[in-house]
Ligand binder design. Structure first.
Ligand SMILES: C[S@@+](CC[C@H](N)C(=O)[O-])C[C@H]1O[C@@H](n2cnc3c(N)ncnc32)[C@H](O)[C@@H]1O
Length: 261
């Protein structure tokens, strides 16, 4: 029987990367189209993002928001902190974090899809978010210094990675001692069958790559972080196939806080 990590390694990495890039290029350029998942301000408000802060953020970033939960209550970001967002997309969470850490703080968004990065960079200039920067990179191999970040955040992204262990090791590496990993992601109650986990289209739709939740929490702990708090989010997929898979395998969205020991 294959371990969860072995199954994750089995998907064709190149095909997966291309599918994910294709999907999120469309999300950046055409947020008005219907995807497997909900997007935009309606989603953000249902996930409990405070409307008063959303009002301060670039509207086009909110339109392309494709996260799966709200975790800024767990993150408790402070003025002046350095925050890294893994898979920053069109930048809504980077701008949200930038609003909270203020001009004395710094937020870096990391993404591999150039259309997402171009959109987020343009918005940071147009809306005057000088403390927000965006780097083209893989979250499995961040070009950031050891022990530099107060908080690493991520929303709806790590399920898309074919090497989640490596992502958590990288998050642990860049965090300061006492720093926080705070994320929202899709996990499952039972391990997904290979017909789903090896299907690159379902993977790109945030379903195929979802890991069994206890295995997911163990990977975080093995990277040197301690899981402190987990909560379930009011998140639902839109398409019938995605809804069916959610029911069959207990697919759910969670937010969690983990700390570097
Ligand atoms: C579901 S979207 C979420 C975007 C953003 N966090 C949000 O809430 O709107 C996933 C994003 O992660 C990026 N991504 C996926 N896998 C990645 C990887 N291995 N390295 C860097 N970026 C990745 C995609 O390009 C896409 O922009």
């Amino acid at each position: 029987m294959k371990t969860a990590v072995e199954t994750q390694r089995q998907v064709n990495r190149q095909e997966l990367e291309q599918r994910v890039k294709n999907m999120y290029r469309e999300v950046a350029l055409h947020p008005e189209v219907t995807y497997h998942f909900e997007m935009g301000r309606g989603l953000a408000e249902r996930l409990c993002y405070p409307g008063a802060i959303l009002d301060e953020l670039p509207v086009p970033a909110i339109e392309s928001f494709a996260g799966v939960g709200y975790h800024f209550d767990l993150a408790q970001l402070q003025e002046g902190e350095f925050v890294v967002d893994l898979g920053s997309g069109s930048g809504m969470d980077v701008f949200f974090a930038a609003f909270q850490v203020g001009k004395a703080g710094k937020v870096i968004g990391i993404d591999m899809t150039s259309e997402q990065l171009s959109k987020a960079r343009k918005l940071s200039v147009d809306y005057g978010f000088r403390q927000a920067n965006f780097i083209e990179s893989y979250i499995e191999n961040m070009r950031l210094e050891n022990g530099s970040a107060d908080a690493v955040i991520s929303n709806g992204v790590i399920n898309l990675s074919g090497d989640k262990a490596r992502v958590f090791q990288e998050a642990a590496r860049v965090l300061k001692i006492g720093g926080r990993l705070v994320l929202s992601d899709i996990v499952t109650s039972v391990k997904l069958p290979e017909s789903i986990s090896c299907n690159a289209t379902l993977w790109a739709a945030c379903i195929g790559g979802a890991m069994q939740k206890d295995d997911y929490y163990s990977l975080i702990e093995e990277s040197g972080l301690r899981v402190m708090e987990v909560k379930k989010n009011p998140y639902e997929f839109l398409s019938n196939s995605a809804k069916g898979a959610s029911r069959d395998y207990g697919i759910e969205s969670i937010s969690l806080l983990a700390m570097k020991k």
